[in-house]
Design a protein around this ligand. Structure first.
Ligand code: F6R
Length: 301
């Protein structure tokens, strides 16, 4: 779920064109009916306490589907030890969404064993992000800082994040959820080319004066989508306050995907700071989890 599951979506997008094994992401408390002992479940939960993920773990054990757990600790530990489930430990102490690097690289390490996924190597992505960090950090003034500039443009607006399938689909979801959790702001997201068959209608139909469209693009997007995206943007542009297009930068697919994720993470934090909001706490999420745990205890009694 949430800041842990997004790594699964990023991986699914990254490997869409090369991996010879089907990959799917489940956000539920049970696994799909089609899964069986010949499959592998990779459970991602930074805290190791998430109810839905625990449900999938129990389902996998009941149906004898092999599992691997990527986590920093938590309550699954007893079950995991009892059933000798392999664990990929990640560094504790972060908010789950801030541990994306830990979770995603651990997941990619596992997936790189699959046929068609052996090309994954982190070096170029790390180099790319280190270079970008130079211009995103708080010490760099807004006039030279693209993350601060974009945050200023989105301040007091409703961002609509548009990704392209499969290159920037999960990236758009990450931007949306980081803006929800860090900035505490409502954001929408949609995916090309699907949105040209539905969402384009309402966006073009009425004025959305407080909405800014942010289109996340990749140089590898097929020519058909690029043309379609250009026409769709022109049809929707008159209805919204502004349109921003961002092109992923970097020498390989992983670097480009993470370059956009990285910019979005910074933008979401600067948006919070502009509003005088602390980006770290997610009180509603933890409050809900506490209520669920208390209700479960009541049921047991
Ligand atoms: C908190 C966050 C949440 C959690 C989600 C699942 O920073 O991003 O979306 O990721 O509630 O919890 P974990 O990741 O611990 O399984």
């Amino acid at each position: 779920m949430g800041g842990s599951a997004i790594s699964g979506d990023l991986a699914r997008n990254l490997l869409f064109g090369s991996c010879e094994v089907p990959l799917s992401v489940t956000r539920h408390n049970a696994l799909p009916a089609y899964m069986g002992p010949e499959d592998l479940v990779i459970l991602l939960s930074y805290s190791g306490n998430t109810a839905e993920t625990l449900g999938c773990l129990k389902d996998a054990l009941a149906r004898q589907i092999p599992c691997v757990l990527v986590t920093s600790g938590g309550q699954f530990r007893a079950l995991v030890d009892e059933h000798q489930i392999p664990v990929v430990p990640v560094e504790p102490g972060w908010m789950p969404r801030a541990a994306l690097g830990e979770l995603y690289f651990a997941l990619l390490g596992l997936l790189s064993q699959l046929p068609g996924a052996g090309w994954i190597a982190p070096a170029a992505a790390v180099k790319q992000l280190l270079a970008e960090r130079e211009t995103y950090v708080p010490q760099v003034p807004q006039s030279e800082n693209p993350a601060k500039q974009l945050a200023a443009k989105l301040f007091k607006k409703t961002p609509i994040l548009f990704g392209v399938h499969p290159t920037t689909e999960a990236v758009a979801m990450r931007w949306k959820t980081q803006i929800n959790e860090n900035s505490k702001v409502t954001a929408l997201h949609g995916i090309f080319p699907e949105l040209t068959h539905n969402e384009i209608v309402n966006l073009a139909h009425a004025k959305h004066p407080h909405h800014v469209m942010v289109i996340l693009r990749d140089p590898e997007d097929p020519a058909l989508f690029q043309r379609q995206l250009g026409f769709a943007r022109d049809i929707m542009r008159p209805s919204v306050d502004d349109v921003v297009e961002l092109m992923a930068q970097g020498p390989d697919r992983l670097a480009r995907q993470l370059s956009l994720v990285y910019l979005g993470d910074y933008v979401s934090v600067y948006l919070a700071l502009l509003a005088g909001v602390d980006p770290t706490p997610v009180t509603a999420i933890f409050g809900l989890k506490d209520r669920m745990a208390a209700a479960e205890l009541q049921e047991v009694r």
